[in-house]
Design a binder for this molecule. Structure first.
Ligand code: HEM
Length: 357
């Protein structure tokens, strides 16, 4: 049956012999995926440096991830990352009840409420960090935003800023991502003394905050990330080993550091490119800060900043591609992705579709 979705082969994106589409991908991956989606349809193949992979794109696949979660597995994507730290599993790899249980452990520190109940502290951290900067000095935006973000995430999830551990945490996490998730670096960099030192320091930091909390844990029960991780790992180590608890102690950094810092850097860039919008955003900030530290409610009235953030997320997708394995045969766009096949979801391709009235 040549036209059966099971036997059809998706079209191949244009590329050169052997290197395939690597140049277009490294130049602008989002533009590449969007263009191929428009020209080849929702399922296509890409070759890069001798490897071939299938890409699924379009609003429908994004919806399917929410409605048919039993079809997708992220286990293989994240397993090498957590294994490098000495664990076997983490939140992004799990599905079903185990996933729900791990989310509950982390809920308090990762919720909107965690931020809302700490607005004065967060504003204080940002103000203090900005005060420490030297006037007139050039500052790389993403590094600056990483620092601010790390301080906020540290206080919200670990009750402590990372201070002298900041560089090590950044090196540890970005190297792991570049090796195992974006595949921009070879696995051999994980053996370099620089990386090994950074990982050991990241672990040391996680142990430190874990122990500090243990010594100073209040008598009354709180829904606190560190307490939840400590209890789960001592009561049910099969569910959460000590190493996995330490890994999740740093979850704020690895989930939020690059994502938030990069989005904020692009926001700043776009604001500086659009002086009229920047003037509106400044006026809005002056209004909200007129009576001192704003409340969570007054932040909600910052319409300009909100739409700038939304538009930045659309234009500069920070996690525009997700790697998955088919947990069962999966039919999409007239093709079948067979159980256990690995593929990419170009989840940001619809960001660039024109609006049809
Ligand atoms: C603009 C900022 C952010 C973006 C674009 C972003 C994007 C994403 C994406 C795409 C995933 C899914 C990854 C996958 O399944 O392979 C994810 C998962 C996750 N993110 Fe974020 N994220 C952001 C900020 C944050 C922050 C600040 C935190 C924590 C403080 C956070 C915590 C998490 C957690 C815990 C997961 C795993 C959720 C689960 O599997 O249940 N993220 N994020």
């Amino acid at each position: 049956m040549p036209n059966s979705p099971f036997s059809k082969t998706p079209p191949l994106a244009p590329g050169l012999p052997f290197v395939g589409s690597i140049l277009a991908l490294s130049n602008d991956a989002q533009d590449f995926f969007y263009t191929q989606y428009r020209e080849l349809g929702p399922v296509f193949r890409v070759k890069a440096l001798g490897n071939e992979f299938k890409v699924l794109a379009g609003p429908e696949i994004n919806m399917m991830m929410g409605t048919q979660s039993d079809a997708f597995s992220a286990w293989d994507t994240w397993e090498p990352v957590v294994r490098d730290f000495g664990g076997q599993k983490t939140i992004t790899m799990l599905d079903g009840p185990e996933h729900a249980r791990m989310r509950r452990l982390m809920r308090k520190s990762f919720s909107r409420e965690a931020l809302v109940s700490n607005v004065p502290q967060v504003v204080g951290l940002i103000t203090e960090f900005i005060r420490q900067q030297e006037l007139g000095k050039h500052i790389p935006a993403s590094r600056f935003m990483q620092h601010i973000t790390a301080n906020i995430l540290g206080v919200l999830s670990n009750e402590r800023v990372p201070s002298e551990y900041f560089d090590d945490i950044v090196t540890w996490w970005t190297t792991l991502l570049e090796v195992h998730i974006s595949h921009l670096k070879p696995a051999s960099v994980l053996q370099t003394p620089k990386y090994q030192h950074a990982r050991q320091r990241a672990k040391e930091f996680a142990s430190l905050v874990f122990e500090e909390r243990k010594q100073n844990r209040p008598a009354e029960d709180e829904d606190n990330l560190l307490d939840n991780l400590a209890d789960a790992s001592s009561q049910d180590p099969d569910f959460l080993s000590h190493e996995e608890a330490l890994f999740l102690t740093l979850a704020g950094y690895f989930a939020g550091l690059d994502t938030v810092a990069n989005v904020s850097s692009f926001m700043l860039y776009e604001l500086l490119q659009h002086p009229d919008i920047l003037a509106d955003a400044r006026a809005e900030a002056d209004r909200v800060f007129a009576d001192g530290v704003p409340t969570a409610e007054s932040f909600r009235t910052m319409h300009t900043l909100h739409v700038v953030a939304q538009e930045t997320l659309r234009l500069y997708p920070i996690a525009g591609v997700l790697l998955r394995k088919a947990a069962r045969d999966l039919e999409y766009g007239g093709y079948v992705i067979k159980k256990d096949e690995h593929f990419m979801i170009a989840n940001a391709a619809p960001h660039f579709l024109s609006i049809v009235a």
